[in-house]
Design a binder for this molecule. Structure first.
Ligand code: BGC
Length: 791
């Protein structure tokens, strides 16, 4: 099977050896508020704080060819023009390698005795990308050639940048000063920020006007200045501002030369914007340039970045005899959790960074993947999310990261949303022991003066379910539950309506969700435990949770599995009575995680049914049989062709629910098999999978699809946090509790070791499974402990 790359676990890198990957295989740079997406050919873009409103580089979505736009270095060596990352010229290279590491990407290309090694990273404490370009003459003769840098500015708002050309083509403004090319479009008016692209040595030519550099009818692969070995020294006025430096370089055999480029972003206070009329204040940019003036400085900054990730990834480690498991747990899964925490679902090669901000449910779930890594930031995120809640417990479905305000275009009405706040908060407190967060005052809808404690927010979140019950005592679904595409009140026959925001029929709706019911029982039990732990009465919570369990057993059990929902009219969805969509995954996952009817054998039966009906070679599909026609009563789910997305795709996000359900039922072999099927490190066929082999993707085409096993929507998916929870807690069995760690494994691996930092404690555990089973509780106590556990 063709391989495009391999893991280098010692370096925590994925090494791509063929640039023509089946889809751009990307990485993310940045740890604070300046972020970059970078592909294995150096495509992609960056932004500060908000992918929509503060976009710095322009990128072409849906491009032909794929993945156009990025930070390109061109080398003109005689008549040959090439790029170290292969694209955009696609000149055949003598050697190519891309190493995606933790917060950095290194692209190396070699051609005709010249090697170019470009290290890209976003340093901690600075709002910039650093590009360290090292050129080495690997041949036997002296070489004279030209190096060009190139990037294209986005006119800040990534959305209007693509639409409002009658304005855009006249607004572009730049300044050139010293070694730095400044992008100051719209700075003359309301913007307090500009961007710049500088280098640590004088250049021999430059361009800032795209047409001059590339030529109106050329592509990125044939910029006219590069082909001619010249620069236009152009100053952009309107049209499309770009930034390119040219260097004429001669290298003796064996000699190297290094250049350090900085692509930065600066904000200035209103009164400090200009130094004279029209001349921008460059002090901060110059300071940033000075911070990366020498290779030693760049090295030190890179060292700090590596230390940051070493520290984070040193908090939870497993050592087993399964390398795929170890590299997933120790490196890539935790890394992906950090990225999903930063980005929610906003910016990837499948999310444009324009349409979606931070999801209420998504961001709460993402917390589960990072509370052990960056608890302080988790704390702030919880408070930000809670502040987008309404007094009735409902909440905005999304909010914008720049303003932290709820998104009015989408609004609320997704009835699972509020419960996720309990989920996120409980995960945070179990990890940190920080019960104090419950006392934090948090407003409603960000309105000052409306503050109540976070605990009150949790209470009204919980009550939002009990105040919105349907005819069977099950939760009303609203616009949708976790499955955004099961739209039971939508009834749309107009293609111009959004499935998500349209509710053509709500009056008297009987649409109820078994997924929310399971979530309510599971989170309700956690909530009750939390209340009792802080000395509050949880009797009411326990009572309504018990009522819900009864309602599920009475009206939500289909004989061999849990029903999925009742539709608007009160008809069953996900039942053997249905022609299509007989079995769904979400309710099997949530009701078994909630252990509803476990004593009566319902959980085992539901899990058996998941194996029997939903499992295929590549994982568990969302529903089966797939819907073969559009069903107005069900909405978007039936809009997808069979086997894709929510219509019988393997929606990886929900596979861990079944994995955890399996583990809770003690079914280790099933849990472990389901886990391996969706985990990319175990996936063999890279060409079929298409997307990055080092991160989880949201969806793998299911058994009914044209190409089962083909992945899509990589990186930004709740799969990251949920597989983390599944593998760290359910399989490896390290379960944070309010007062310690519970060790309760369910994985068919005899002996393994865990290193776990927990609050101020460090544990080195050796876990030996001898078949006795059971669990082991480690009460929290600061300091280091070495513990041998036999179960
Ligand atoms: C959304 C989630 C949703 C899931 C299933 C994802 O794309 O981000 O909020 O739960 O799809 O529909």
């Amino acid at each position: 099977m063709k391989e495009y790359g391999h893991f280098d676990d010692a370096q925590r890198e994925y090494v791509i050896t063929d640039p023509a990957t089946p889809w751009p295989w990307i990485n993310y740079l940045g740890t604070e508020d300046f972020f970059s997406l970078i592909s294995n050919t150096a495509g992609g873009y960056c932004f500060c704080k908000d992918a929509k409103f503060r976009r710095i580089l322009r990128y072409r979505y849906n491009g032909v060819p794929m993945d156009d736009g990025g930070r390109y270095y061109y080398i003109k060596d005689g008549d040959t023009v090439w790029n170290p990352g292969w694209k955009p010229c696609k000149t055949q290279l003598d050697a190519y390698e891309c190493r995606h590491g933790m917060g950095y990407t290194r692209v190396t290309g070699e051609k005709d005795g010249l090697r170019a090694d470009v290290l890209f990273f976003v340093p901690i404490g600075h709002r910039c990308e650093v590009h360290r370009v090292k050129l080495t003459n690997t041949g036997k003769t002296r070489k004279s050639f030209q190096l060009y840098s190139f990037l294209e500015w986005c006119l800040w708002n990534a959305s209007t940048d693509m639409e409002n050309f009658q304005r855009n083509l006249s607004t572009g403004e730049v300044e050139i000063d010293g070694n730095v090319l400044y992008h100051k479009t719209e700075y003359r008016e309301r913007r307090d920020h500009y961007a710049f692209f500088g280098v640590n040595r004088p250049f021999d030519g430059f361009d800032t006007d795209r047409e001059t550099f590339i030529g109106l009818y050329n592509g990125f692969d044939a910029p006219q200045q590069v082909l001619a070995g010249t620069s236009g020294n152009s100053v952009a006025h309107g049209w499309s501002p770009v930034a390119s430096h040219r260097f004429d370089i001669t290298l003796e055999p064996g000699a190297s030369e290094e250049l350090i480029f900085v692509l930065g972003y600066v904000e200035n206070a209103l009164e400090e914007k200009f130094v004279s009329k029209g001349v921008i204040n460059k002090a901060k940019a110059q300071k940033m340039m000075e911070a990366f003036a020498t290779p030693e400085q760049a090295d030190a900054a890179f060292g700090r970045l590596r230390a940051f990730w070493d520290d984070l990834l040193g908090r939870f480690n497993v050592q087993s005899d399964v390398p795929e498991l170890d590299r997933t747990v120790n490196i890539w899964n935790q890394y992906q959790c950090m990225i999903t925490f930063f980005f929610s679902r906003s910016a990837s090669y499948f999310e444009s960074g324009i349409g979606r901000g931070m999801g209420f449910r998504d961001s709460n779930q993402d917390l589960a993947g990072i509370v052990h890594l960056i608890p302080e930031r988790a704390r702030q995120r919880i408070l930000d999310i809670a502040a987008t809640q309404f007094p009735d417990g409902g909440c905005y479905h999304q909010y914008q990261p720049l303003t932290k305000r709820g998104n009015n275009d989408i609004g609320g009405g997704f009835n699972d949303d509020p419960l996720w706040l309990i989920f996120g908060t409980v995960a945070y407190i179990r990890e940190t022991g920080d019960f104090g967060i419950l006392e934090e005052p948090v407003p409603f809808d960000n309105k000052p003066g409306t503050e109540v404690s976070l605990l009150e927010h949790l209470k009204i979140s919980f009550a939002h379910v009990t105040e919105n019950l349907g005819p069977h005592g099950l939760p009303l679904i609203g616009r949708a539950d976790w499955n955004d595409c099961l739209n039971l009140n939508c009834f749309s026959d107009n293609p111009d309506e959004s499935f998500q925001t349209t509710e053509n029929k709500t009056e008297g709706s009987k649409a109820e969700s078994l997924m929310i019911a399971g979530l309510f029982v599971a989170e309700g039990k956690d909530f009750a435990e939390l209340l009792e732990r802080i000395g509050k009465d949880a009797a009411h919570v326990r009572k309504v949770v018990a009522d819900m369990e009864e309602a599920v057993k009475k009206y939500g059990w289909d004989g061999q599995w849990f029903l999925r929902a009742y539709d608007y009219y009160g008809n069953k969805i996900g039942s053997h009575d249905c022609e299509e969509g007989k079995v769904f995954i979400e309710s099997q996952g949530w009701c078994t995680m909630a252990r509803i009817g476990a004593d009566e054998g319902l959980c085992d039966k539901a899990l058996d049914s998941a194996v029997k009906y939903l499992e295929c070679e590549h994982g568990l599909v969302l529903n089966t049989p797939a819907y073969t026609t559009y069903i107005k009563d069900y909405g978007e789910i039936s809009s997808y062709p069979e086997g894709y997305k929510e219509n019988a795709g393997i929606f990886c996000h929900n596979n861990p629910w079944v994995i955890i359900g399996e583990a809770m039922a003690g079914r280790a072999d099933d849990a472990w098999r389901h886990y391996r099927k969706i985990t990319p490190a175990f996936t063999k066929d890279q060409a079929l999978r298409k997307v990055e082999p080092y991160v989880f993707c949201q969806m793998v085409a299911g058994k009914d699809a044209e190409k089962p096993g083909e992945g899509k929507n990589s990186w930004l998916t709740g799969t990251a946090a949920w597989t983390w929870k599944a593998v760290s807690e359910a399989l490896l069995g390290i379960k944070p509790q309010f007062d310690g760690l519970l060790v309760e494994p369910c994985i068919p691996i005899g002996t393994y070791r865990i290193h776990r930092r927990f609050r101020d404690a460090e544990y080195d555990l050796t876990i030996r499974q001898t078949g006795k089973g059971g669990s082991y509780f480690i009460p929290y106590k600061p300091g280091s402990q070495v513990i041998e556990i036999e179960l």
